[in-house]
Write a protein that binds this ligand. Structure first.
Ligand code: C2E
Ligand code: MG
Ligand code: MG
Length: 584
């Protein structure tokens, strides 16, 4: 007790047992821990503020003292809990129940993990049970929503691109084994835009759902109907043993759409037609099959719509275009045709610029300024992304170092492709760029896609871990669009989640999107990650994220990607001028 002399007098006056009581009281009141103590008959002796029983009574833990599980919870959960209690009383063991759901009255379904053990008196006799409950509801909700969302189109509920590609692989394998004629159909409605424009988006959505259903009616159970986005549908026609000619399936689908569609917004059922491109399975990669079907579809549209066209290799002028693109890209770096624009990233509470994202542009001698969507894929396929990526890092760090020297607080986010990580040069490239520019590593953020982060190469992990040790932060870009579950987030070296634009677009108008994004935000918070809302275009979206207390956002509402000079002006002014014309 001598050491306690230096403490304030009141703490020395308290007895140890009194102190212990106070500790327990504080623990039970803090609401962070869900703790409960029960006697041998399952009646509650003491519960914490956040305990499930307390929640069930509208947050009044004192009201549940003396009550049993049967009195508080529904049948299954109460019975299982009582069975666990009996076992603990008999054997004295500790029981851990992994995630399971409980219906908490007044609160709805919650997912929890419970650890329960015996409560003993000082002689070691078991006088009851006690336990700790962990609330995993936000995680489970987000995981479930994402799992479904990752593989299905939210509007029609049909398989999306990721799932379609997976099904194509299976179909290709089956066709090879059994020597069947299978095909991929790419179907696109003719003049869908006019329906959208004249009857409104809701009518357009209603039509898309109905078209999806109609297509599903025509196919056999073994076939798959999916939606790639917009008015683009895909049908996988599994070959049948009789060998139906692939040429015959197109007309079947065209006919299926003949009957007009009743829509709420139109007095009369609306007639639509479609164009179809077909590619026959012949050992190609799934993505190549889709591409061939797309080329055939393009031909169907170009030759008058309302028709189905089978892909033929002669249609490959697209291939020639790609060859030219590669040739042009090969000299672009030497000729200094690449440059960066910077899109401000905004602190949503102060509306000030906290950072920028570097976005690559290509000034093509004939085509003018080309966006990354039109050439980054090709850089990746050819491996040229390594050199171009190093150029991007170098230029972005140099620019960020200039702002650092001018005293601005401004982070620099750089997009990194999975291919750069695969080439195992990212770590060295970053270290070189930081070294040459003198940029503080804490100002650099690397944006990677989900698939790049979760790929299970140990080299990838060690590169990312090494970079984070330098102080560089890692963001998961376009989060929510990848083919993955959330489970990996705990395990991988990331700091920031960028919620994909496609979710952000709907938060203010769709309850489903709002629920998913809400769960994502909660999860990110639980994991201590920063959340960035990408692609905020409208004030309604901004308000929604403000209400969710998301810290950071980016989008045309604040600023499009701009030249460094314009960023500087915003840094000096403290904030971008929010575009008045874009409010909804
Ligand atoms: P990203 O990393 O998700 O970048 C955001 C994209 O969304 C940018 O398109 C940006 O202009 C656009 N955007 C931002 N706010 C809004 C908005 O409010 N509405 C809409 N509709 N769009 C918005 P950008 O510059 O065309 O880049 C497209 C993609 O290309 C990027 O997506 C990124 O994945 C890739 N990319 C860009 N620069 C690089 C680079 O240097 N290296 C690599 N590997 N990829 C890059
Ligand atoms: Mg990005
Ligand atoms: Mg993004």
């Amino acid at each position: 007790m001598r050491e306690l002399r230096t403490e304030p007098p009141e703490s020395t006056e308290r007895s140890l047992s009194e102190l212990r009581e106070l500790c327990v009281e504080n623990l039970l009141a803090c609401g962070e821990e869900r703790v409960f103590f029960k006697d041998r008959r399952g009646r509650r002796i003491l519960v914490s503020a956040g305990s499930l029983a307390g929640l069930a009574r509208g947050g009044r833990p004192d009201e549940v003292i003396g009550m049993t599980d049967v009195e508080l919870f529904n049948g299954d959960f109460a019975e299982a809990a009582a069975a666990d209690d009996r076992r603990i009383l008999e054997t004295g063991e500790t029981i851990v129940r992994k995630v399971r759901s409980v219906d908490v009255p007044g609160h709805g379904e919650m997912w929890v993990q419970t650890t329960k053990m015996p409560l003993r008196d000082r002689a070691g006799r078991i006088i009851g049970t006690f336990g700790i409950t962990k609330d995993l509801t936000a995680q489970v909700r987000a995981e479930r929503a994402l799992e479904h969302l990752a593989l299905h189109d939210p509007l029609t509920g049909l398989p999306n691109r990721a799932l379609i590609l997976d099904r194509i692989s299976q179909m290709v394998a089956r066709a090879r084994r059994n020597d069947l004629r299978s095909a991929v159909l790419f179907l696109d409605l003719d003049d869908f835009k006019e329906i959208n424009d004249s009857l409104g988006h809701q009518a357009g959505d209603q039509l898309l759902v109905a078209v999806g259903r109609r297509l599903a009616e025509v196919v056999r159970a073994s076939d798959t109907v999916g939606r790639l986005g917009g008015d683009e549908f895909v049908v996988l026609v599994d070959g049948d043993p009789e060998g139906t000619a692939v040429e015959q399936v197109g007309p079947r689908f065209l006919e299926a759409l003949h009957r007009p569609f009743p829509l709420d917004a139109a007095d009369q059922p609306v007639a639509v037609s479609a164009s179809i491109g077909i590619a026959e399975v012949a050992g190609q990669e799934p993505a190549e099959l889709l591409r061939q079907a797309d080329v055939a579809l393009y031909r169907a549209k170009a030759t008058g719509k309302r028709r189905a066209v089978l892909f033929a290799p002669t249609m490959n002028s697209a291939v020639q275009q790609r060859r030219q693109l590669v040739l042009d890209l090969e000299v672009a770096l030497e000729r200094d045709e690449f440059f960066l624009l910077y899109q401000p990233i905004i602190d949503l509470s102060s509306k000030s610029v906290t950072g920028v994202e570097a976005l690559l542009r290509w000034r093509h001698p004939e085509r003018g300024v080309v966006a990354p969507a039109d050439f980054v894929g090709e850089l990746e396929r050819t491996g040229m992304i390594g050199a171009v990526g190093a150029f991007v890092l170098e230029s972005a760090c140099r620019q960020a170092a200039i702002w650092q020297a001018a005293g601005h607080r401004c982070a620099m986010a750089v997009n990194v492709s999975a291919e750069q990580l695969a080439q195992d040069r990212l770590y060295d490239d970053v270290v070189a760029a930081l070294g040459r520019s003198g940029l503080d590593p804490a100002r650099l953020v690397l944006e990677l896609t989900e698939s790049a982060v979760i790929g299970d190469r140990p080299e990838t992990r060690s590169q990312l871990t090494g970079l984070r040790e330098l102080g560089v932060r890692v963001a998961v870009d376009d989060f929510g669009t990848g083919y993955s579950s959330l489970a990996y987030l705990h395990r991988f070296p990331v700091d920031i989640l960028k919620i994909d634009r496609s979710f952000v677009a709907d938060v203010a108008t769709s309850n489903e999107s709002a629920a998913v994004v809400h769960a994502l935000v909660e999860l990110a918070r639980a994991l201590g990650l920063q959340t960035v809302a990408e692609g905020i275009e409208e004030r309604a979206q901004l308000s929604w994220f403000e209400r969710e207390q998301v810290e950071v956002g980016q989008g045309f509402l604040f600023s499009e990607p701009v030249e460094p000079g314009s960023v500087e002006a915003m840094l000096v002014a403290g904030a971008p001028a929010v575009t008045a014309g874009r409010s909804s």
